[in-house]
Design a protein around this ligand. Sequence first.
Ligand code: BES
Ligand code: ZN
Length: 459
Amino acid sequence: MEAILAYLARNESRFVDDLCTYARFPSVSAQPKHSADLQKCADWIADRCRSIGLETVVHPTASNPIVVARTPNYDRRKPTFLVYGHYDVQPPEPFELWTSPPFEPVIKGRNVFARGISDNKGQHLAHLNAVEAWLKSGRELPCNLTFLIEGEEEVGSTALYEFLPHNKALLACDAVVISDNGIPTLKHPALTYALRGITAMEVHIDGPSRDLHSGIYGGSLQNPAMALCQLLGKLRDARGRITIPGFYDDVVRLTAYERRQMSKVPYNATAYRRFLGVPQLFGEAGFTSDEQRTARPTLEINGLTSGYQGAGSKTIIPSWASAKLTLRLVPNQSPEKIRSIVTRHLRKLCPPTVKLTVTSGHGGAPYLVSPTSAIAKGALRALEAGFGHDAILTREGGSIPIVSAFKQHLKADTLLLGMALPDDNPHSPNEKFSLDAYAAGMRMSAQLWPELACAAAAS
Ligand code: BES
Ligand code: ZN
């Protein structure tokens, strides 16, 4: 192991250069104008996989390619692990809030700033670098490894959902490893054993057949924007509880053990409030902030549109109003069931003075895995060795819907071993990645494979 760790230390500055090169591709999956950039980015990461000796194929799909790269000389006596990552990134807008251009990485101190650098380019590149260290220092890996790097995670992984059931043999594995999430601090490396699920929907309200003069007609018909606000306002009470009947029916409550584990995460309410930039914190009564944002379900308005948005004022009753919603779900809520009870409730609440249309978007089930299995214990040891601190167990509030599909099609559990820090700004302006987390992530990954191989052999 010393030789592998020494290789990582020796090559650190080149790994940082590679990270910057990778982050320069504007691989924004939500924006069709970037589709050629996504292709180039896929080709770059595929070349990087080939350069370290992985057998690599770029699979074309209906949208962005899927890269599959495997360690050479497949040995059926050894266990196989699948490392998943995504090379697509969130849109960088609004540009004016970035202190440096989002696709021109800038190093400041021990951080690199660029869109997608922690979510998720830096995190899976750390694994790739660790595997390079194994292969280039002439050591025999104790397992087979398959890298699966897709280009549509930020928009729902449509192509991968299609690819997975047709490529079960190619992707077969004993467990999946994903680093696409976070840790509380560099001193608290974590095994994340639960993720929230998600269901997205759009609520559209139609009123008059065209925008109307609000002086001539106002008062004699329902205003769609007001109807939408009233409708949405009824979905949550003042104590932060969702009021939709049946919403909490399938929620598995946190155990006392879990609540104790969660309380190990350092937390300072004032610092958290300041970090969020809000005058006062708000959340479901009876739960800590950490529990609220990781282990309790929510309903959020992601976008709200109606009426005149230009300069000055325009006295109209808008013809329509629309809201984009996502609900974050926890074990054992089902995205389909939640979608149907929310839709039913909205229909019940909607007044007859307007027309309501509810459309469903993407969805993904919540995820929960045992944190006490042999492989989980192996992962905890690798985290401790890589980061040099005791590892903790965490739940996370974000969603990686494909993990449930891995369970369904590959019958494999996922170990979530995040490297992002809370101030990395994923999906926000000035996204960054810590070079210390990058280096610790590489050391963790290098030491993970013997731990997991040993655990898989024992179980
Ligand atoms: N890396 C995140 C998911 C994440 C972030 C998990 C932090 C745990 C902690 C991923 O790229 C992401 O943003 N996922 C989307 C999924 C959605 C588009 C279906 C999310 O959570 O909004
Ligand atoms: Zn993301």
